[in-house]
Design a protein around this ligand. Structure first.
Ligand code: NAP
Length: 304
């Protein structure tokens, strides 16, 4: 494993023996829900010195300054990352590598680059190939979020008690990995280590598939609503709870589904067979078997 060449971060101990990784200049590319929440938490804890935001929308970045999420901003990636000790890439997943390509020529030796993307295959390998000698990439994915986007949705406690998956490879610097791990622990997360393929398979099941189902459920009821006026007006707590995630950013979810296409198609197949089974049992009026299906699901759900 390559070593970090400079002591550009430090791990200090508090009275509670918690690691406190300090970075003096941090650049957050994509100051939205995730990038903004992390910046808020780290600034509140005094763990980040100067924070530069990078994004396209001036209004969002001005709001980020007003909310104290970042200290300054630029629309230019290379200008934003110049001199940064830590670079957080928190843009939609299909934009991560293009943004990183823009950043690479301006990254300083010793910098740590990390991401927060919901898909890791296709990002981590590419990012590692792009890293100049003496610059370190660590893939990360906090398992925390809401259906809201943009810096106004950010809040410092978003990651508390939630898992954060780190996806080190054989090329990952141990020191950079530990620094990024300490960062997420300081944000309140519990760390989990996974390889990228396992990450993408797991997340396809528990996150990406539920979004696909929520989209199809809402659109199915909207289709019915076209036939019987006002059906959606009767949607009660259950429908609203179940479909909350259909309000998530369409652009962000298009990127996630496209990038995790193969793993997602695999779990969609499993889901289709489960729905077909319920339909078949209902058609056959096999209520004993249908009850067994419901009971099994209840047991599994109750155990979470
Ligand atoms: P978000 O609130 O929409 O924030 C994304 C930010 O990226 C926006 O502020 C956007 O600002 C900026 N951006 C988009 N394209 C850009 C570009 N080409 N160059 C520079 N900035 C760009 O989304 P988010 O929920 O924070 O998600 C960010 C990342 O976190 C995604 O990779 C997602 O997979 C991951 N993630 C999301 C969740 C969740 O539940 N939301 C959970 C875990 C991980 P401008 O439009 O102004 O450029």
């Amino acid at each position: 494993m390559p070593k970090l060449s400079e002591g550009h971060f430090r791990i200090s101990m508090t009275a509670t023996a918690q690691e406190k990784p300090y970075f003096s200049k941090v650049t957050v590319i994509g100051v939205g829900l995730i990038g903004g929440s992390l910046a808020l938490k780290m600034k509140a804890n005094g763990l980040w010195g100067t924070v530069v935001g990078v994004g396209r929308s001036k209004a969002n970045l001005e709001k980020a300054v007003e909310l104290g999420v970042i200290d300054s901003f630029t629309h230019d990636v290379s200008e934003g990352v110049r001199g940064a000790d830590l670079v957080i890439i928190a843009v939609p997943v299909r934009t991560t590598i293009p943004v990183l390509k823009d950043a690479v020529p301006a990254l300083k030796i010793g910098a740590i680059v990390t991401d927060v993307g919901s898909v890791k295959g296709g990002i981590v390998d590419e990012a590692e190939k792009l890293m100049p000698e003496g610059v370190f990439f660590v893939g990360a994915h906090p398992i925390a979020g809401t259906e809201y986007s943009g810096v106004e949705a950010a809040f410092a406690t978003l990651f508390e008690g939630r898992r954060c998956i780190l996806t080190p490879t054989g090329k990952t610097s141990r020191e950079a990995f530990e620094a990024v791990g300490a960062l997420w622990r300081a944000a309140g997360s519990k760390l989990v280590e996974m390889d990228t393929a396992a990450h993408d398979k797991v997340l396809a099941s528990v996150s990406h598939l539920p979004h696909m189902i929520a989209y199809s459920l809402v659109n199915s009821v909207a289709d019915v609503d076209g036939e019987i006026d006002g059906v959606l007006g009767f949607s009660a707590g259950g429908f609203k709870d179940f479909t909350r995630i259909a309000s998530s950013s369409p652009a962000m979810w298009l990127d996630i589904c496209a990038m995790n296409r193969d793993a997602l198609l695999d779990v969609i197949k499993v889901f289709e067979s489960r729905v077909t089974r319920l339909k078949t049992l209902l058609q056959a009026e096999d209520y004993t078997a249908l009850m067994e299906e419901f009971e099994r699901a209840k047991r599994v759900r109750d155990s979470i």
